[in-house]
Design a binder for this molecule. Structure first.
Ligand SMILES: NC(=O)c1ccc[n+]([C@@H]2O[C@H](COP(=O)([O-])OP(=O)(O)OC[C@H]3O[C@@H](n4cnc5c(N)ncnc54)[C@H](OP(=O)(O)O)[C@@H]3O)[C@@H](O)[C@H]2O)c1
Length: 347
């Protein structure tokens, strides 16, 4: 997508969905290499519905008959309804129960989105079991298939804010139980890649932004509610969810044994104070800061991704503009703050 085709404002969830699921020429080309069926595990969360619809639209544009199976427990029935309304087959599955995975068709392409982050500080057991047993049952059920498996930038330690962030080859030194469980999720895929020759790409994403969630949305909500913004975690990376979706679906071509690893985020490091300042100006609201910027933050280096797939088409300045307008209009949020401020890894 070219920046000149980006709207000045997004006025409704329908417009948002259309934009998030508009395929690029590169994806239309790449989707021809994904054979049916594409099984999406964990399709009922924040990213699954737009990824599934994007894959379907890209395949349609390519004239490629791609069947998509969206699997999740669908605790959120509206995700299921949306998918079915777009003609995508849904299957209700708890992937921790091996017998339920038998309902899914055999496949050579799996998009793995299952994860659990929130609640891990008060009740860590579900976080650990989801992020460890989930990859095991999935990798055993679809041994030999290509897996594009979502991971997170939380697998890295904090790095100096002027360092450009952690690279894929850097040591993993996670902070807190969720981050440790996210490393475990990667290790499970590494184990089965080797054991069963299951090619995999581990996509370390942070922070994806829709208008309804993401760090910038969290900041805009604080401003509109006249709450102070703590700048101790003073820097972050950001990427538009539509651009992240585009790369994720093109990652099947990177699947390998051992798994390839890819940081998926912005090249730039953004300052919380600067971005909140821009939001406050666009929203005509004052902003109050507390704390002082730390010298390190959770940051990833996107050079490898940019080399492979190019720069994200949507500049973060555009996200700031869209989110300011969306928030002023009282646009929907998912009520799921990112918790990006956490410096002790408690979520
Ligand atoms: N969004 C981001 O900015 C971001 C950043 C970094 C990493 N990630 C990674 O990307 C992945 C997808 O992100 P997301 O934002 O869509 O996450 P999400 O909203 O948490 O969605 C993951 C979905 O997995 C499903 N799931 C959990 N346990 C399951 C089980 N036992 N069986 C079947 N499905 C299960 C859940 O849906 P049901 O309740 O319907 O089962 C959940 O909504 C996550 O795993 C996360 O680690 C995302």
């Amino acid at each position: 997508m070219n920046t000149t085709t980006l709207p000045d404002e997004i006025r409704s969830e329908e417009e948002l969905e259309e934009l998030l699921t508009r395929p690029t020429d590169a994806l239309i080309q790449a989707i021809r290499g994904v054979e049916s069926p594409l099984v999406i595990l964990g399709a009922g969360g924040k990213m699954g519905p737009s990824l599934a619809v994007l894959a379907a639209r890209a395949a349609e544009c390519a004239g490629h008959p791609l069947k998509i199976v969206a699997a999740s427990r669908f605790t959120n029935d509206s995700a299921r309804q949306l998918l079915e309304a777009r003609g995508i087959r849904t299957v209700s599955v708890d992937i921790l129960d091996r017998s339920q995975l038998k309902q899914l068709p055999d496949t050579t392409n799996v998009l793995y989105l299952v994860g659990l982050k929130f609640g891990s500080s008060t009740n860590p057991v579900p976080t650990w079991i989801t992020n460890t047993l989930g990859p095991i049952t999935a990798a055993q059920r679809f041994a030999g298939a290509r897996f594009v498996a979502l991971s997170t930038g939380n697998v890295y330690p904090f790095t100096p804010t002027d360092s450009g962030g952690s690279r894929e080859s850097d040591r993993l030194d996670p902070v807190g139980e969720y981050a440790c469980a996210a490393v475990a999720r990667e290790r499970m895929f590494e184990y089965f890649a080797d054991k069963d020759q299951t090619p995999c790409t581990l996509v370390r994403l942070n922070y994806a932004h829709d208008l309804r969630y993401g760090v910038i949305s969290d900041l805009a909500q604080r401003i509109i509610m006249e709450r102070p913004i703590d700048v101790t975690m003073g820097h972050f990376n950001a990427i538009w969810q539509g651009d992240a979706n585009d790369v994720i679906l093109r990652c099947f071509e990177l699947c390998s044994v051992p798994p390839s690893r890819l940081n998926l985020t912005s090249s730039e490091t953004f300052s919380v104070r600067d971005v909140a300042g821009q939001l406050s100006e666009l929203m005509g609201k004052s902003v109050r800061f507390v704390g002082g910027e730390s010298e390190c933050a959770l940051l990833s280096n996107a050079s490898q991704c940019v080399k492979q797939f190019g720069q994200p088409a949507t500049p973060v300045s555009k996200l700031i503009q869209w989110i300011a307008a969306w928030t002023l209009r009282g646009g929907k949020t998912l009520g799921k703050p990112t918790g990006f401020e956490s410096r002790d890894g408690r979520f």
